[in-house]
Design a protein around this ligand. Sequence first.
Ligand SMILES: Cc1cc2nc3c(=O)[nH]c(=O)nc-3n(C[C@H](O)[C@H](O)[C@H](O)COP(=O)(O)OP(=O)(O)OC[C@H]3O[C@@H](n4cnc5c(N)ncnc54)[C@H](O)[C@@H]3O)c2cc1C
Length: 315
Amino acid sequence: MSNEIEKVKCLIIGSGPAGYTAAIYAARANMNPVLYQGTQPGGQLTTTNEVENFPGYPDGVTGPEMMVQLQSQAQRFGTDVRDGWATKVDFSSEPHKVWINETTEIHADTVIISTGAAAKYLGLPSEQHYLNTGGGVSACAVCDGFFYRNQEVVIVGAGDSACEEAHYLSKLCKKVTMLVRTDKFRASKIMAERVMNTANIEVLLNTSTVEVLGDGQVVTSIKVKNTATNVEHEIPATGFFVAIGHKPNTDIFADYLTLDETGYIVNVPGTSKTNVPGVFVGGDAADHVYRQAITAAGTGCMAALDAERYLASKD
Ligand SMILES: Cc1cc2nc3c(=O)[nH]c(=O)nc-3n(C[C@H](O)[C@H](O)[C@H](O)COP(=O)(O)OP(=O)(O)OC[C@H]3O[C@@H](n4cnc5c(N)ncnc54)[C@H](O)[C@@H]3O)c2cc1C
């Protein structure tokens, strides 16, 4: 399968805030990190125009701009940033083996996984259109809720995260309409009750999204359908939040690492350590709770420090 074998001290898989922060720390600790960017160089933030909550940018910054800066900061200290996708791993013995693009075989003393996660969307063409224009579709209430202060928004989802996001939005927005496709929540009773008891959240059960409507640039309303009666109607809204879950990019690690039921990597609490010595995780690949750039950066830092201490313990 492989044409070449390369030995590295520290291999970082993924180029989001977690990967680049790990790279900055690993490079400054003389670990000569090699970082593979994957198919989304810069990670999820490259899909957003406005990042207002990352410390150090008082006027905000675009996601792509911020990620270019993180990359050059990592390169400034000698990180070898490469184009490539990890296609297979073998963590059964040391050194750990990772295959890139199914050809290059890397033998790594330490591996930092920062492969992130992807938000799930409904897949409607109109939803994707307004996601791409940046005109009102979001999968992150904490990231984007602030832009909809005192406005009316719609959120779709029925689980605990959806309830949490709806509740978060209710503190900022004039009205939140929550669409639940079936006749009940999937969320825990306590979370569902919290939503039901919030005055400015209206829950519509048996309701699916038909189309996101707007003027071509920004969202103006959501067309929904009652799945019991097939009656359609429009809900005025400037924001459409999709809270139907995330898919962590961790499939290739499943044979070696402990994953939870959704596929998130399970780390030793309070550390970046996985169940395999020498393999560490940072960012959204292990985080179903916070899912923010700053927390990804923080846990990326932890992964590099844990990797450095692991190497030191072997000297
Ligand atoms: C539209 C949008 C707006 C957002 N806005 C904000 C915001 O304003 N503020 C905020 O704090 N957070 C925001 N977030 C959340 C934030 O982007 C994420 O929490 C953060 O990017 C997670 O960082 P990460 O490094 O864990 O992974 P990601 O950013 O998900 O990056 C994962 C990286 O791994 C790579 N990869 C995956 N699999 C492989 C593989 N097999 N081999 C090699 N590479 C691989 C990908 O190419 C990518 O580079 C937003 C998210 C989205 C989607």
